[in-house]
Write a protein that binds this ligand. Structure first.
Ligand SMILES: Cc1ncc(COP(=O)(O)O)c(C=O)c1O
Length: 375
């Protein structure tokens, strides 16, 4: 290890400080309108953001909510997921997808991912179907679409509801269609690290159906009927903050620019990382990924992480424990070996630095470090 490598500045897999140091004043300006109007919860900015976010997807409806987890919970509830139901979710995902099923008193049933795209495997999902299966939730993980043709065909054949989890995939394409437009309801997170990120928690449900929009809107606001003052059913405080909506409205017009820069970085990685021990995610047929996370499979993860850290490059892991083996879901009785592709990925995946403000010098630094890695 030369001093030169050690003296470089630390590079993380996502650098929000850099993003906000470049746009802090702009964001403060954007916040001044809702603050001056004392418009804080579920207000005018939220209404406007909902219209603009629905229009971005060429869909009729969008509901702003408190987080991506809230969006999943409310979308499932609005589509009738409840006690006694089973919902198929990929085990290779963030835990929220399965938690939302649990919150609805239903049972998450975990399926495996494919060995190459690492997205939900429709064949594995088919094996999970029982007479109790109500819905399936394709998660467009890392920013890449699932195989929606096969998932929709499966759903049609078995009369399942499809709810898309687009938390990592704003703007991603599948055969020319935006993710989130191929199901009855789709859920988004605007957690700060997402491709469209707020300055705190926020989420949305988008849908072509007015009845889903109405139900989500009511449930998120404690099921209050403003005309009568009646809380018509058990509701939840899952409203979106107007301040978050104002920031999201400011960022939305540039989302395609963000996706273009992320794609440029990802394409450079795909072209220039030439090491058989560092294998990237395969892009599925017809997919236009937006590269929220750039994941690679390495045979010896601890050695790879040490190798990168020696060069002041700090990678991420998404995710170290597949959902079916998480402590939270121990009660379901899964064991190691049940979903081999997810388990292998959990042991070997690494997320390389990728964010729009990453400069070309840092990009080359990561490529060089990957290419220098030996088994
Ligand atoms: C795939 C996926 N689903 C759901 C969520 C939950 O979103 P939130 O953190 O906004 O609740 C996330 C957040 O990271 C996610 O990555």
């Amino acid at each position: 290890m030369t001093n030169d490598l050690n003296s470089r500045k630390p590079l993380r897999f996502c650098d929000l400080q850099k993003e906000y140091s470049l746009c802090a004043q702009e964001i403060l300006d954007v916040l001044s309108d809702p603050i001056r109007k004392a418009d804080f919860c579920n207000g005018e900015q939220v209404r406007l953001f909902e219209q603009e976010f629905a229009a971005y997807h060429a869909l009729a409806y969008s509901s702003g909510v408190g987080s991506g987890t809230d969006a999943l919970f409310l979308a499932m509830k609005s589509l009738g997921v409840g006690e006694g139901d089973e919902v198929i979710v990929p085990s290779n995902s963030f835990v929220s997808t399965a938690l939302a099923v649990y919150y609805n008193r239903a049972t998450p049933v975990f399926c495996d991912c494919t060995a190459d795209t690492w997205e939900l495997d429709p064949k594995s999902a088919e094996r999970c179907i029982t007479p109790r299966t109500k819905a399936i939730v394709p998660v467009h993980l890392y920013g890449q679409s699932c195989d929606m043709d096969r998932i929709r065909a499966l759903a049609e054949c078995h009369d399942l509801t499809v709810i898309e989890d687009c938390a990592q995939a704003h703007g991603a394409l599948y055969k020319g269609k935006k993710v989130g437009t191929m199901s009855d309801a789709a859920c988004f997170s605007f957690y700060p690290t997402k491709n469209l990120g707020a300055i705190g928690d926020a989420g949305a449900v988008i849908t072509p159906h007015s009845y889903i929009k109405e139900r989500v809107d009511r449930l998120r606001n404690l099921s209050l009927d403003k005309r009568t003052g009646d809380h018509t059913e058990i509701g939840y405080n899952m409203r979106m903050d107007s301040l978050q909506a104002a920031v999201l409205r400011h960022k939305l017009p540039n989302i395609d620019g963000v996706i273009a820069r992320r794609t440029q970085i990802a394409m450079t990685y795909l072209r220039e990382i030439r090491n058989p021990h560092v294998v990237p995610q395969t892009v599925g047929e017809g997919c236009g990924p937006v590269w929220n996370l750039f994941c690679v499979y390495v045979s010896d993860r601890n050695r790879f992480l040490r190798h990168m850290e020696d060069r002041q490059i700090f990678c991420g892991i998404h995710y170290a424990v597949p959902c079916h083996l998480q402590g939270a879901f121990r009660y379901l009785g899964y064991s190691r070996g049940d979903l081999p592709n997810c388990e292998s990925l959990a042991e070997h995946c690494v997320t390389l630095p990728l964010f729009p403000d990453m400069d070309d010098t840092d990009l080359q630094r990561v490529i060089e470090a990957c290419n220098q890695f030996t088994q």
